[in-house]
Design a protein around this ligand. Sequence first.
Ligand SMILES: C[S@@+](CC[C@H](N)C(=O)[O-])C[C@H]1O[C@@H](n2cnc3c(N)ncnc32)[C@H](O)[C@@H]1O
Length: 266
Amino acid sequence: MAIRPVDGWLPLTDECLHYTEESEVPPDLKKYWHQRYSLFSWYDYDILLTHDAWFGVTPEAVANRIAEDMPSHNLSNPPKDIIVDLFAGVGGNTIAFALSGKWDRVIAIERDPATLACAQHNAAIYEIPEGVITWVLADSFDYLARVKRQQQQQVRKHELVDPALDLDFSRTVLFASPPWGGVNYRDQEIFDLNTMEPYNLETLHEACRPMEHALYLPRTSDMRQIAKLAPKGGKKIEVVQYCMEGASKAMVVYLPAEEDASNQKG
Ligand SMILES: C[S@@+](CC[C@H](N)C(=O)[O-])C[C@H]1O[C@@H](n2cnc3c(N)ncnc32)[C@H](O)[C@@H]1O
């Protein structure tokens, strides 16, 4: 069966929570709850998160800045007007992409139903009109593999991916903020991206190429491993450290499309 967009609203579950009082917050989340307004400035308007989402959500100011920095219409040739958030979580980046107004299509993929239900709910809190974001409950690697197979016409058009989710590679930018394998990256002075779990750097890059893509990675990620991803032909890659209050929160690696991408149309 083809991967399709979510039809309407996924049901909120008892995993989708909003804490108003510190006494309600589990001990391992207290530190993050104290930072709730830097995660979502509209937190008090009933923003919902699952337990795990507290550890991985992109702070709002960082998400907004990334949305500004993502190459799109004016900056790239050919212009990019489709963005796919491959690990949408509770919507931190997806909401910022939608609010930026830079994209004709924002596609948000998340494989956990409760987390995606929170993201839909949170996007509504941020007054993003229904229909602006295309929500997809799926494994993003499966989705990308299907899009590529469909492009290569190994199967009949739209057999693997619904028409609403088909991609023109030359117009698409992928954004990936994967899990970072717990918090062990904090213990390493230089984070070995080959050991990142459950998806290492190579797995992520292989899944995303030949499309232009941006990878949201731990701030101490090994630059030597990142440099090896530069495509042939002298194209540069950009690495940006996103900082708040004098400290880096994460780095984003911006990787250009590879040459043959512009020949593939959706
Ligand atoms: C670090 S969080 C993303 C946070 C998100 N950027 C935000 O600001 O809310 C990673 C998310 O990826 C989801 N995930 C992990 N593997 C996935 C896969 N193969 N396909 C789709 N989603 C996946 C997890 O359920 C988790 O919600």
